[in-house]
Design a protein around this ligand. Structure first.
Ligand code: ATP
Length: 306
């Protein structure tokens, strides 16, 4: 039975990994079949990563022939730095991360990692060097230790626990009746969105990739959890090339560069203060978010007073 179960379980992994990495679940089946069309070039070598510099050079892309999604997108993420991508829903932010992960090939331009075109190297080697912290992590029906160790099956118990500490999930795990041996997932203990994201961060710490793709959760977290997650993300992003798809602008004010996207194009770029000074799209997004958070605070204060 175990011989049948293990491959099935593995397929389950792949299925869930693709699902969580791509975020867009409804499109999953078409993505899996489309994904099979991406072939390694016959002479593909393994990607060699030194610092992990990512460059998009005049990239254009469409999912369907008649609808261009990315138009002439160019940016460079120097090794070890952080670039944030912001913009309204449908602007093309997640598409950029899917292209970097090479789930799709582009129509024009090049994407390189440390100077190597990602079409000229093996897909597995590209994915080995990229860690993904998705919006919503799907946990395996197994112990929390197993779920963290998934980032690196060779990790020792001590390494798993150290990763949990760095991801700020250790205190939570210690409160569980069976600690690291507690069963989680659909059939076990259900974790909150913030807890699952920290499990994903711990996994990524164990995977130890040079490049990190963070897809910030859209759902609002309570301010305590938000702070913990921000601190954990900061730890995992340190010294790695990081691309973050951000929804809350307050979380990216320290980014080395912010790309503002609209309808598949980068319409503004710069650091937080520079973009505010421009008084353009970023500035108006910032104003809106500030107003919304002030309104939330007032409401919370009002609720407390009654
Ligand atoms: P959000 O903030 O809502 O996640 P986004 O900026 O990440 O949005 P993308 O997911 O990159 O946007 O999508 C960009 C555009 O591409 C959207 O118009 C979307 O409908 C379209 N799109 C996304 N995935 C597919 C797909 N598999 N096939 C066809 N079109 C797609």
């Amino acid at each position: 039975l175990i011989q049948i179960y293990q491959p099935l379980n593995f397929l389950g992994f792949v299925y869930r990994e693709i699902k969580q990495s791509l975020v867009d679940m409804e499109k999953m089946f078409s993505i899996i079949s489309e994904n099979a069309e991406i072939q390694d070039s016959p002479d593909a070598k393994d990607l060699i990563v030194k610092g992990g510099e990512v460059v998009f050079d005049h990239v254009s892309f469409h999912y369907a022939q008649n609808r261009t999604i990315l138009k002439d997108v160019s940016f460079r993420v120097p090794a070890g730095s952080m670039t944030a991508i912001v913009g309204s829903s449908g602007a093309g932010k997640s598409t950029i991360s899917r292209i970097l992960f090479r789930f799709y090939d582009i129509a024009a331009g090049t994407v390189t990692i440390d100077g190597q075109d990602i079409r000229q190297v093996t897909q597995t080697s590209v994915r080995r060097h990229i860690g993904v912290v998705p919006q919503d992590t799907v946990l395996f029906n197994d112990t929390i230790r197993y779920n963290i160790r998934y980032g690196n099956p060779d990790a020792s118990d001590e390494q798993v626990e150290e990763a949990a500490r760095l991801a700020r999930i250790d205190k939570f795990i210690e409160t569980l009746p069976e600690g690291y041996d507690t069963e989680v997932g659909e059939r076990g203990l259900k974790l909150s969105g913030g807890e699952k994201q920290r499990v994903a961060i711990a996994r990524t710490i164990l995977k130890n990739p040079s490049i990190l793709l963070l897809d910030e959760a859209t759902s609002a977290l309570d301010s305590h959890t938000e702070r913990d997650i921000q601190a954990a993300l900061k730890t995992v992003a340190k010294d790695r090339t990081t691309l973050v798809i951000a929804h809350r602008l307050s979380t990216i004010i320290d980014a080395d560069e912010i790309l503002v996207m609209e309808a598949g194009q980068i319409v503004e770029r710069g650091r937080h203060a520079e973009l505010l000074a421009k008084q353009g799209l970023y500035y108006s997004m910032w104003q809106k978010q500030q107003e919304a958070s002030e309104a939330r605070e007032k409401l919370a204060a009002l609720e407390e007073s009654v």
